[in-house]
Design a protein around this ligand. Structure first.
Ligand code: SF4
Length: 338
């Protein structure tokens, strides 16, 4: 079976011609797949019946399936998506403010080799990179399943996107062009692969950048994030300043507050020092335990003190709402259960 989502528009034209059809059929298919997100050839009402029958015998739209789905009371939906080789990765639909702002959090790899110590995905190691169409398929799967149009995409699921640079960039191009999602609505989150951040700045489409900083003390960061041994905080900061200069945008720093480790006043002061000359917003993420009891949840008082200390430096600080608290919504938790 041929998987249609693998094809670019030009390739789809050639494909329909190879089936003995006129080129304009590709335009019809493209619209049904990407604008209307249908899952079934029979729903393509303006495609003639004998062509639909032909397609049913030789093609499928997506080669992914939903292996598991959890719906939270706050509207978050977490999917475990199975690819054609049996490997799975997670994709999450998050709703903010109102129904018109729908974010898909997509995975870029099956597993991850960055080894962050607090991360459920890291515990299972690296399996493979996802292809551009497999990244796109995650968004289409959500749209097909819910009938809703995704408005924002964040590369914040399993994997380090900058370790799968070429495929992620191609996926960004397709998300932008085929799904009409503006580049400002696409966010890439990285643990801090400094040279790849610089490389990204030279591209035509530069997404919004979020950095998993999580600690501004190099020794503690090394304990929880091995990337610090290769690209340390200083090198990371130079690449972030370059991003800000080149794009005129701010970066978002993601900071996991781990009880009695990264949530202390001393750590807040180190973070203030680190960010004082950086155009950034800070997103604090209270740690969500992954079941091994190694790290603790922060308490509410320490979260508020930490936030206050950063705000007193004039920085915009948000605390990430706990989405999907009643489902397995931390990175990698659902995949680990299958
Ligand atoms: S937090 Fe992200 S970069 Fe670190 S191991 Fe997990 S998936 Fe990889």
């Amino acid at each position: 079976m041929d998987t249609l989502v693998k094809y670019s528009y030009d390739e789809l034209e050639k494909y329909v011609e190879s089936l003995g059809e006129k080129k304009f059929r590709a335009k019809q298919l493209f619209s049904w797949i990407y604008s209307k997100s249908v899952s079934d050839f029979d729903m393509m009402s303006d495609v003639k019946k004998d062509f639909r029958e032909k397609l049913k015998n030789c093609a499928i739209i997506l080669d992914t399936k939903i292996k598991k789905k959890q719906v939270s009371s706050d509207g978050t939906i977490k999917y475990l998506i199975e690819f054609c080789d049996g490997n799975c990765a997670e994709t999450v639909l998050m709703r903010f403010d109102n129904r018109s702002n729908l974010s898909a959090c997509v995975s870029s790899q099956v597993g991850c080799y960055m080894g962050c110590d607090f991360c459920a995905t890291a515990k299972r190691g690296f399996i493979r990179n996802l292809e551009p169409y497999e990244i796109l398929s995650q968004i289409l799967t959500i749209q097909q399943d819910t009938g809703l149009k995704i408005t924002n995409v964040v590369f914040m699921g399993q994997g380090e996107p900058l370790n799968n640079y070429d495929n992620v960039y191609k996926a960004i191009e397709k998300i932008n062009e085929y799904l009409s999602i503006g580049i400002r609505r696409i966010t890439l989150s990285t643990c801090g692969i400094a040279p790849k951040i610089r490389q990204l700045c030279e591209m035509e489409l530069v997404p919004t950048l979020a950095i998993s900083l999580h600690c501004a003390d190099s020794n503690i960061r090394k304990q929880i994030m091995p990337v610090e041994n290769k690209y340390n905080l200083e090198e990371l900061k130079k690449s972030l300043k370059y991003y800000c200069e080149k794009t005129g945008k701010r970066v978002t720093l993601e900071y996991v507050l781990i009880g009695s480790l990264t949530d202390t006043k001393e750590m807040a002061q180190k973070l203030c020092e680190y960010i004082k000359d950086l155009k950034c917003n800070i997103n604090l993420i209270p740690y969500n335990p992954i079941g091994d009891n190694k790290y603790k949840k922060p308490n509410k008082k320490d979260i508020m003190i930490f936030k206050y200390l950063l705000e007193s430096q004039g920085k915009k600080v948000t605390i990430r709402l706990e989405r999907g608290a009643d489902i397995d919504a931390a990175c990698g938790q659902l995949a680990g259960k299958v």
